[in-house]
Design a protein around this ligand. Structure first.
Ligand code: FAD
Length: 450
């Protein structure tokens, strides 16, 4: 039975039809009887598309594995089961003056999901991706063995599992190093920019001076306003709160409206209001960490506002030297197609390498666009965005994706065969079947013909 609780965030792909509890999956794997492509871990479904789905088999509900096992308040190393949410890690460590070194735009992701996608935050320029802060983890494979993995121990499994999108086995538990911070609060500065040229002038210096930097673009603005936006920078406040209020929005969208609420007139009004509201706080001010890092977590199930067809997110990263033409080209394509993006985010990735075999962040600029699913028109636009991205040597993010073609994936991750070689045969995702397996089949056909 398809279960709503096992959807992915974009709601544009079918939810899992078969679910197995973590304990049963552990027993199955330990017995050595798991069949090919039977399993895929499901963290908290905050991936946008089908990288957390497995049409060919079952998804493993990892959320019940949610105990924090130990925390060293001197070093900030925390060990927890893979289904623990980042929100729980934050709540646990905050009173001791620690915070995850990397957090994505929602705290409702599991530890296992953050490792498996090697997620990034607003401080990639300073701290790299999540994988840079993983000390070790235990990985259960279909050979029935639990492998202890770190940079020194089973290093090949360590590298392949970080950013390995769940394909190398079940991460059972992990230890990560947290960042010592003076408080959770952030001293935030909001700098309006008139166009993308101005943003590119500001971006590098903003990264150098701040722990966190990210820009919001008013994607619907035309004429003189084209490319305008707000640059948010921030650093942890010396004096501020050490308490993470219990996670959970005060507002929630209780049911799915029958149509997309985030339509163009709404977005134009929203963008104008957002700019007006945020534009006034050009002088630094101290804000709570929830609003700074996780603004959308305040409204539960906000993805439902896109209506029954859901949304597609497109995240591209393009090399720094071509960003000044590629980013405007991506925005122009969306505008030409008449598709409004609810949140358009632009940020610079720095040069810090991840230990991962495959990882999305790489030096350059990353642009994220959200579109309501309008069927063929949206898919055509997304293909155009893919094309612009790979043509300049960039990459499209697989865990935000629900439809990219195999060639776009191969161009984005030329090393994909190294992950396929180490993939656990019992694990498969709909994403991998749609991209890497298709490439393999094509390769097999060519080899057979030769
Ligand atoms: C509002 C919002 C904002 C976001 N902002 C960002 C951002 O700023 N930066 C960013 O990088 N991402 C961002 N994301 C995406 C999100 O951070 C990632 O998709 C994250 O990996 C989801 O984690 P999850 O626990 O929900 O895992 P799922 O989405 O359920 O699964 C993700 C992957 O991890 C694998 N996996 C899960 N648990 C395990 C396990 N125990 N062992 C092995 N594999 C496992 C799954 O098989 C799957 O391949 C955002 C998502 C949302 C909804």
């Amino acid at each position: 039975m398809a279960e709503e609780r096992f959807q992915s965030f974009g709601l544009a792909t079918p939810p899992a039809h078969d679910v197995i509890p973590a304990d049963d999956a552990v027993a199955l794997l330990k017995s050595g009887k798991a069949t090919r492509n039977a399993l895929l871990s499901y963290g908290n479904g905050r991936s946008y598309g089908d990288s957390c789905q497995n049409e060919a088999g079952m998804v493993v509900d990892m959320r019940p594995l949610n105990r924090i096992r130990s925390f060293n308040a001197e070093t900030g190393v925390i060990e927890a089961e893979a289904g623990v949410l980042l929100s729980d890690i934050i709540a646990h460590a905050a009173p001791y003056g620690f915070f995850p070194a990397v957090v994505p735009g929602t705290q409702f992701v599991t530890l296992g999901g953050a490792i498996a996608n090697d997620v990034h935050g607003k401080n990639h320029h300073r701290r790299g991706s999540f994988g840079c802060h993983v000390e070790a983890f235990t990985l259960l494979r279909s050979d029935g063995r639990t492998h202890h993995c770190s940079a020194a121990d089973n290093a090949h499994l360590f590298a392949a599992t970080i950013g390995g999108m769940g394909l190398t086995g079940l991460i059972l538990s992990a230890s990560i190093r947290l960042l010592r911070v003076p408080s959770l609060d952030i001293v935030e500065k909001v700098t309006p920019f008139r166009d993308l040229g101005e943003f590119f002038e500001l971006a590098e210096a903003a990264d150098q001076a701040n722990e966190y930097a990210v820009a919001w673009i008013d994607q619907l603005a035309g004429g003189h306003g084209r490319g305008r936006g707000l640059l948010f920078t921030g650093n942890h406040a010396e004096h501020g709160s050490h308490a993470a209020l219990r996670a959970g929005g005060t507002l929630s969208v209780p049911f799915q409206p029958p149509f997309n609420v985030l339509n163009r007139p709404f977005l134009t009004a929203f963008n104008a209001a957002y700019r007006w509201k945020k534009g006034w706080s050009a002088t630094p001010r101290q804000v709570g960490h929830q609003g700074f890092f996780f603004p959308l977590d305040g409204v539960g199930n906000w993805n439902r506002l896109y209506g029954p067809n859901g949304l597609f997110q497109h995240q591209a990263v393009v090399p720094e030297d071509v960003a000044r033409r590629a980013v405007p080209a991506l925005l122009a394509a969306a505008k030409r197609a008449g598709q409004g993006s609810f949140l358009t985010v632009l940020k610079r990735f720095g040069p810090i390498h991840s230990p991962a075999l495959l990882s999305f962040p790489r030096p350059g600029f990353t642009l994220t666009l959200d579109f309501p699913n309008r069927g063929r028109a949206t898919l055509t636009l997304l293909e155009e965005l893919d094309h612009i991205t790979v043509e300049v040597g960039g990459a499209v993010n697989p865990y935000k994706d629900a439809r990219m073609g195999a060639d776009v994936f191969a161009a984005s991750f030329p090393e994909w065969q190294r992950l396929e070689a180490i993939r656990d045969p019992a694990f498969m995702s709909s994403f991998w079947a749609r991209t890497a397996k298709k490439l393999e089949m094509r390769r097999g056909t060519v080899e057979a013909a030769e």
